[in-house]
Design a protein around this ligand. Structure first.
Ligand code: NAP
Length: 495
């Protein structure tokens, strides 16, 4: 067996193994084989990382930096990530099976979050307050929260981490990162760059291990001030409950069952590509997957034919190769989950139009692949239309008019994103208002930016990432009062 590459945690500015000395394997989803080893941390490692972060928050060089100097560090880090983009993208592709073509694009874009929030670091302003009391001067300070726990999933480890780290650090917090046990390698390689950029030790730390073993000690740790979480809604609910029990700040970016809605007047060639982008890009393993395709009845059959024609051409293959369009599922457990949802959909009476199984070709046999799968004749009450599959499985649901489209779109527990395809601008804006989702894309799909707030309504989460106000999620307000009078009146009454 080939030797496995070892990745280390970053704690207090240096590389660290697990206190127990244990490691766990990380698998390459294309080969199904272990390729790397990750420190198998436990509560001792959580404690060590959180204490280092707390020490860096309360003493040392980090709190002494001016806001402008903090911003400059973020810019320097952004430049370093850009110079390492290809190496980091290769690690992520090997570790979670996402296409190198997509990951290298993401890695070249991730620095923008650090530039944007680096620029905001010295624009965090308090206010001088108008006063209703004589001889009193008061102002507010916007202060960091303390140690932030950043917990990320396996599907886009570095992008989703950047959404948390950039505002958290710009605001002056320190961080402990817990990546998913299924895709930790790129995060550990990324975290090494903070010391190179000149960040003081302890500002960014990592702790790896199984969420079921270390999640609780991290989310309940008394020195953690805030949890910034991205993952599934079941775990998110546990994390939210722990945050409430222990009175911590929390943001939750959770799952979705997003409607991608095609009206008869849409540019159908674009809408077909938008439907494919919504569900087959990243093999459907994105929180914003447009997994419910709502198609106006008058164009339904024609649209389904066009969609099948395009989806059939999707090239499955090695995610490291430039021409591959659909890569494997990241974990074996997720592969089984996706296949089980295909069985559920068939049993519910949905009509299988494409895929529905693992590809039967020798060069993909070792990988955790599922063919692009399309079900037509889906009723919005079926489980396949209500539950997040997190794989390349599309449910097509017909609708008759705008009201019905809105009603089907909103009849779901989630509210992360939606797509609307129409050439009618008034209808597009009406739909954008009526759909209960944190993001609505009109005539496009799966677009994100550091400038645009992102987050969920309903079961898709709490709080927003990206955009200027995201920094508020990592700040708290302090009011400072100063008595300008020479005396101090009656001490027994409220001033
Ligand atoms: P997950 O199982 O909820 O895990 C997310 C993270 O939480 C992982 O690091 C996991 O560690 C950790 N974790 C597990 N149990 C924990 C606990 N008790 N306390 C604290 N942390 C715990 O999600 P996933 O399967 O990795 O990711 C897929 C899900 O993420 C999907 O539902 C998807 O929609 C959602 N997602 C949402 C967004 C968004 O921005 N809204 C973006 C991407 C993905 P281990 O992996 O080590 O167990």
């Amino acid at each position: 067996m080939a030797t496995l590459e070892r990745f280390h945690n970053i704690v207090d500015g240096g590389k660290a193994t697990a206190a127990s000395g244990r490691w766990f394997p990380s698998y390459n989803p294309f080969t199904g084989e272990a390729w790397a080893e990750i420190p198998h941390g436990d509560a001792t490692d959580v404690d060590r990382a959180v204490i280092a972060a707390d020490r860096a928050f309360t003493g040392g060089d980090w709190p002494k930096l001016t806001a402008s100097a903090r911003g400059k560090l973020l810019h320097r880090f952004a430049d370093l990530v850009l110079s390492e983009a290809e190496r980091l993208a290769r690690i992520e592709t090997r570790d979670n099976g996402k296409l190198f073509a997509e990951m290298s694009g993401q890695l070249r874009y991730i620095p923008e979050w650090f530039h944007y929030f680096g620029g905001l670091a010295d624009k965090i302003e308090g206010a001088v307050l108008p006063m209703d009391k004589p001889n009193m001067f008061a102002f507010t300070r916007r202060e960091p929260l303390g140690v932030v726990a950043a917990i990320t999933p396996w599907n886009s480890p570095l992008l989703l981490l950047a959404w948390k780290l950039a505002p958290a650090l710009a605001a002056g917090n320190t961080v402990v990162i817990k990546p998913s046990e299924f895709a930790s390698a790129s995060t550990l390689a990324f975290a090494e760059l903070f010391a190179k950029a000149g960040f003081p030790k302890g500002v960014v730390n990592t702790v790896t291990g199984y969420g079921s073993e270390i999640g609780q000690s991290l989310t309940e740790h008394p020195l953690i001030a805030k949890i910034a979480f991205t993952g599934g809604d079941a775990t998110g609910a546990q994390v939210g409950a722990a945050a409430t029990r222990h009175l911590k700040h929390v943001t939750l970016e959770l799952g979705g069952k997003s409607p991608n809605i095609v009206f008869a007047d849409a540019r159908l060639d674009n809408a077909v590509k938008g439907a494919v982008a919504g569900i087959f890009a990243a093999s459907g393993q994105t929180c914003i997957a447009g997994s419910r395709l709502l198609v106006e009845r008058s164009i339904h059959d024609d649209f389904v034919d066009r969609l099948l024609a395009l989806a059939r051409q999707a090239k499955l293959g090695d995610p490291a190769e430039a021409e591959t369009q659909v890569g494997p599922i990241t974990t074996e457990a997720q592969l089984k989950k996706v296949l089980s949802y295909i069985d559920i959909a068939k049993a519910e009476g949905a009509k299988l139009m494409l895929g529905g199984k693992r590809p039967e070709v020798p060069h993909l046999a070792q990988g955790w692949f599922v063919e692009p799968t399309i079900f037509a004749g889906v009723d919005n009450r079926m489980r396949i239309a209500r539950e997040e599959v997190f794989g390349p499985v599309l449910s097509i649901i017909p609708f008759s008019d705008e009201d019905e489209a809105v009603s089907i779109a909103n009849d779901n527990a989630y509210g992360l994103a939606a797509g609307v395809w129409t050439e009618n601008a008034r209808r597009a804006l009406r739909m954008a208002e009526r759909i209960r989702a944190g993001t609505v894309w009109i005539n496009t799909y799966r677009a994100v930016s550091y400038l645009a707030p992102f987050g969920g309504m309903k079961r898709s989460g709490l709080g927003r990432e990206s955009g200027m106000r995201a920094i508020d999620e990592y700040l708290q307000t302090k009011s400072v009062w100063m008595n300008l009078a020479e005396d101090f009146p009656n001490p027994f009454v409220l001033r």
